[in-house]
Write a protein that binds this ligand. Sequence first.
Ligand code: NAD
Length: 513
Amino acid sequence: MPTVEVVPQQDQIRARMITVKNPASGEQVAQVPVSSALDVQEAVARARRAGAGWRELSPKERAGYLLAARDWLVTHDQEVVEIICAETGKPRSEALLAEVFYGCDLLGFYAKRASKFLRDEPHSPGLLKTKRVYLRYAPLGVVGIISPWNYPFALTFGEVVPALLAGNAVILKPSEVTPLSGLLVERLWRECGLPDGLMQTLAGYGETGTALVDHCDAIAFTGSVATGKKVAQRAAARLIPVLLELGGKDPMIVLADADLERAANGAVWGAFSNAGQICISVERVYVEASAYEPFVAKVVEKTKRLRQGYHPEYGQIDVGAMIRPEQLDIVDSQVQEALAQGAKALTGGRRNEALAGLFYQPTVLVNVDHSMRIMREETFGPVLPIMRVRDAQEALRLANDSSYGLNASVWTRNKRLGQRLAAQVESGSVCVNDCLANYLALDVPFGGVKQSGLGRRHGLWGIRQFCQPQTVLVDRAGLKREPIWFPYTPRTARLLRRTMRLLFRRGIKGKLR
Ligand code: NAD
């Protein structure tokens, strides 16, 4: 395990420490100091000073730092993978694809489009023909980013990159469960020569996050619905912008004509990758009656073949550990409750006692319905409940019977029908014959409807949400006095009314009265 440089400041030494453990083994990996509210306040002041010069750079100049960061990431990929795996217990292959590869792609994506996304936009002056108007995209100031633990690098870095590129300074508070990846993000930028104080990581619990909400100019929060609401309420008191990326309960609809081999492979990957700890995991499946038996048989057979554990090499493990003990308890309580209500586990159904760490057996449940929490609440673990439905309409009704609306998928050989159904699913994104993959399509926005969040990550939306649109109007004619300025005269009013008639009338005839 490579060492992570953590330099406690004087007052932090006296403060609480976070003990980071590898959930796959229970071993202690590191101790990290907790930042107090005062630390946050000081960090924001430092960030504000650093931001003053940064915002003056052109988008192209800022993009140069992103390309340097990409070089750093490509060079340090193994070290990054190791740190992520050490604090999450996930398979190396997953850390490489969804965190490091994703990070490189994101850096290149935004670096390439920096000027296009951030340049001043000329707009029509409308009737003000003697004026020029344009829109500039100014930074928000100091952006606070509060992150969860399931993708501790991708979900922190993914917000930091567009926030910085937009000209902001950034304070990141990673999850208390996985602070090392967040500290690594700070180290990466420091080693890429970013101005001192422009991007700082402060580790801590909820109180540190609260302090960010109290002092930053905007907040990008990724986490649970319950905490997201608290963050939004607190931010409302200061009227600062808040972006919320929250939970999901993503439905998968399998129609009778679907390619069942592909659908079953997709369901297993969509439900069990990252041990199901993905906001866009496949969390519930609705299968048309005639395809139900063969689909379930395939899913169970494939699930039983998954290799679970923790391994220091690539390609040896499919399903890793649960990252946080409390999450394992939530998953198990939902599963046991469903079993008690009549559900049946065709495979799995309990903690994997054969392994030392926090492992939950990949679980396939049938005989489930919407009276059960497992079909209504976010599970965020390796559980795949499958329900038989009469037809596509029933599947759609059940898919939309949720307070969440993050991602979804529809599986059918009839792509046109698939797209028609997709358009009726209430979610921020939806895939046809695929799942999760839309998160890697960086040009299109990602985010939720209903309780799954506000705001969008990725693409143009993902950077504009870190900007303050400023409208600029420039007079071109240079008259000593505009006709609409003082003094108001009867002649001006007559002129205005004539112009109105000329421009806006629809068949109104007659003289002006
Ligand atoms: P969480 O809400 O418990 O914590 C998220 C972050 O908020 C942590 O850093 C935590 O320390 C901080 N926090 C806690 N209380 C706070 C407060 N009062 N004020 C400010 N910050 C506070 O979520 P989690 O358990 O870390 O993450 C799991 C959740 O995240 C799941 O619901 C999952 O679906 C969601 N998630 C969403 C997305 C997305 O893009 N939509 C991505 C990943 C995870």
